[in-house]
Write a protein that binds this ligand. Structure first.
Ligand code: UDP
Ligand code: MN
Length: 218
């Protein structure tokens, strides 16, 4: 199951909310043909949308997706603004977590730094459970991925650079998000919070089909 954290909030001063509806539209359209090509004609994609009130919390949204998806044994935690370019990237889990965006047009297709887990990360349910999922202490932009890197420790694998190439979809880039007060409050080493501290109320659920793929938007 692919899980996507989502919120369109054009004027969010703590994250880059603008243009996300367009990103999602492009993502769905592209992945609707890509996923069957790599052997997943019946996948489930969960789009977890946060309400407008609090600052964005990507880690909590990923956890909610995993909590709602009771049956899957493989999760792919996925940004809405990245799409894979190679069909050798088969969107499957290995025993250890795998960072799937080895190169991205966002950084000129150069191999991203070794510690990165952003963009798309595959992980078995058993591993996710063991580390208590994502930290829920990261409000606003940034840091939750580095914290996830810490939780994964030496188990992190990377897709080969010839396989893990992604195109980044356009969205406005806000500078200085790593200098906000909220960002500075992030407890970068947090290991206590996670799925067991994720509380939420589900407001809606719509299901959209694309051939045999299911896009569940919550
Ligand atoms: N995101 C979102 N709305 C926001 C901020 C982030 O939907 O207001 C989601 C979206 O899936 C995005 C991901 O969180 O791809 C990562 O955020 P962002 O793209 O801002 O990170 P960066 O481009 O800096 O890596
Ligand atoms: Mn982005």
């Amino acid at each position: 199951c692919i899980i996507i954290p989502f919120r369109d909030k054009p004027n969010d001063i703590f994250s880059q909310g603008k243009g996300r509806t367009q990103n999602l539209r492009e993502w769905k359209q592209y992945m609707c043909t890509f996923l069957p090509k790599v052997g997943h004609s019946k996948s489930v994609v969960r789009i977890i949308e946060q309400t407008q009130d609090l600052p964005f919390n990507k880690g909590a949204l990923f956890n909610i997706g995993a909590i709602l998806e009771m049956d899957a044994d493989c999760f792919i935690f996925h940004d809405v603004d990245h799409i894979p370019e190679r069909t050798s990237n088969t969107y499957t889990c290995q025993d250890d977590p795998v960072h799937m965006v080895t190169r991205t047009s966002q950084f000129g297709y150069k191999v991203v730094h070794q510690g990165s887990v952003g963009g798309a990360l595959s992980m078995k349910r058993s591993f996710f459970k063991k580390i208590n999922g994502y930290s829920t202490m990261f409000w606003g932009w940034g840091g939750e991925d580095d914290n996830m890197r810490l939780r994964i420790g030496p188990h992190l694998h990377k897709l080969d650079a010839t396989v893990g190439g992604d195109k980044a979809l356009d969205h406005e880039r806000v500078h200085g998000l790593d200098k906000t007060d909220l960002y500075n409050l992030h407890p970068s080493n947090d290991r206590a919070s996670g799925t067991n501290t994720t509380i939420f109320t589900q407001m809606k659920e719509t299901v959209e089909r694309c051939n045999d793929l299911m896009f569940i938007h919550t």
